[in-house]
Design a protein. Structure first.
Length: 216
């Protein structure tokens, strides 16, 4: 379990939050990544005579890393006029983390939520940071009431939509996330560099790109 901390812009009340950190749709992240996948369940699958299914959402990381699907998942048929549920996976360079988008980032039902079962996934959306470049900008922030200077980075990313059952790639796009502005607040965790801020792809940047594959 990681402790999530919040750095805020100088002059704004700073707070420290403790709890499980999770990758959700945000405008940026800090650090060089927080330990990646944490290891997918080794028990993923079913009885020997049944097609394999993921037991946890983290098991779906192999769809992004190796293009290896789960034969027990529902077949994906893009011609069917229905929502095709997807699992969101994020990587900042050191493994993959399953995540749930914030409410309002995407229409309801597009991505699996906390109460949904991983065996419902027809697609996996893989969002991966591929490069980070220092902007040269330094932002004055505060952490627990103490001043802290944050260096910002522009990033390049790769977006893929992959069929969860077969591991077959349906769509791929490479883009950049750039900004010359300082964030109002940022999140970091114990295993990240607290003095770095990475501009990351935002949900609105790829909502329209995944829609043709998820929504009717």
């Amino acid at each position: 379990m990681q402790r999530a901390r919040v750095w805020v812009a100088a002059g704004v009340l700073g707070v420290v939050l403790c709890g499980c950190s999770s990758s959700t749709g945000s405008t940026g992240s800090t650090g060089s990544t927080g330990g990646g996948s944490g290891g997918s369940s080794s028990s993923a699958g079913a009885a020997a005579d049944e097609p394999e299914v993921p037991l946890t959402t983290q098991d779906l990381e192999r769809v992004c890393t190796d293009g290896l699907g789960f034969a027990g998942l529902p077949a994906y048929d893009r011609t069917k006029k229905t929502v095709h549920p997807a699992q969101l996976m994020n990587s900042t360079g050191d493994g993959w983390n399953s995540s749930v988008p914030l409410d309002g980032d995407f229409p309801k039902g597009w991505f699996l939520g906390y109460e949904d079962k991983p065996a419902q996934a027809e697609l996996v959306v893989c969002v991966e940071r591929t490069k980070a470049t220092a902007t040269g900008k330094v932002c004055d922030m505060e952490a627990d009431g103490k001043p802290l200077k944050i260096r910002t980075y522009n990033t390049s990313y790769r977006l893929r939509v992959v069929e969860a059952r077969t591991g077959k790639e349906q769509y791929a796009h490479s883009g950049k996330a750039e900004s010359d502005e300082c964030p109002a607040y940022i999140f970091t965790s114990d295993d990240e560099d607290a003095d770095k801020y990475y501009n990351e792809v935002r949900p609105e940047d790829y909502r329209g790109r995944v829609k043709p594959y998820i929504a009717p």
